[in-house]
Design a protein around this ligand. Structure first.
Ligand code: AMP
Length: 215
């Protein structure tokens, strides 16, 4: 299974990618997570990316293609991948197609998560991430459950991403419209695009995603 999940910030791609990884064993590859790891580790990449991310802008295409090339070369990606947050520009999509051509592993499908803008804003405002395990929650619709503590048995240690504040969210949504939305036509023209209604309960969206990818 080689998938691209496409959708605005807050459309639920990351949550659904984590859930699909859990039920299929195919790794989620989130470029946002890879960048946040680099920021936390204080690497040169992390230092350069932090300002760009905090401003709600996109890290440059060359850097992103380098990151994805390295990540897809890791052994777990031999069983496939669920790309979450990549590609985000036409240049990245062309680069990805070339890279996957080289290894003879083209993308099977691109799933577009469709959600109304007001739902996006609500989701982003309530989104919280566990500092330790990286799981994504929502304060109202998907809070941590008592029976599902963090990996070490302690409660999840939730925080709000710095780029989820109101002003940065507005910027990220406008960057999505300008830079990423053109990928809808791009993948549609290649016959790869599947659209799903991404509003609803997590289980409903799981089922729609499974139906869209035929699993
Ligand atoms: P995400 O977690 O996918 O919302 O990504 C968080 C931030 O990381 C984005 O707002 C960008 O600044 C950066 N980022 C993640 N993926 C990409 C990408 N494919 N291209 C450029 N920047 C990215």
């Amino acid at each position: 299974m080689r998938l691209v999940l496409l959708g605005a910030p807050g459309s639920g791609k990351g949550t659904q990618a984590q859930r699909l990884q859990a039920r299929s064993g195919v790794p989620q590859v989130s470029t946002g997570d890879l960048l946040r790891e680099a920021v936390a580790a204080g690497t040169e990449l992390g230092r350069a990316a932090k300002a760009v991310m905090d401003a709600g802008q996109l890290v440059d295409d060359r850097t992103m293609l380098g990151i994805i090339r390295e990540r897809l070369a890791r052994p777990d990606a031999r069983r496939g991948f669920i790309l979450d947050g990549f590609p985000r520009t036409i240049v990245q999509a062309d680069g990805l197609a070339r890279l996957l051509d080289e290894i003879g592993q083209p993308v099977d499908a691109v799933v577009l998560f469709e959600v109304e803008p007001v739902v996006l804003e609500r989701r982003l405002a309530g989104r919280r991430t566990c500092r330790r395990c990286g799981r994504v929650f929502h304060v109202e619709s998907n809070p941590p459950r008592a029976g599902e503590p963090c990996a070490d048995g302690r409660p999840h240690d939730l925080f709000q991403r710095p780029d989820d504040d109101e002003e940065t969210v507005r910027k990220r949504l406008s960057v999505y419209r300008e830079r990423t939305q053109p990928l809808i036509d791009y993948y549609s023209a290649k016959g790869l695009l599947r659209r799903i209604d991404a509003d609803g309960s997590l289980d409903d969206v799981d089922a729609r995603l499974d139906a869209a990818i035929g699993s």
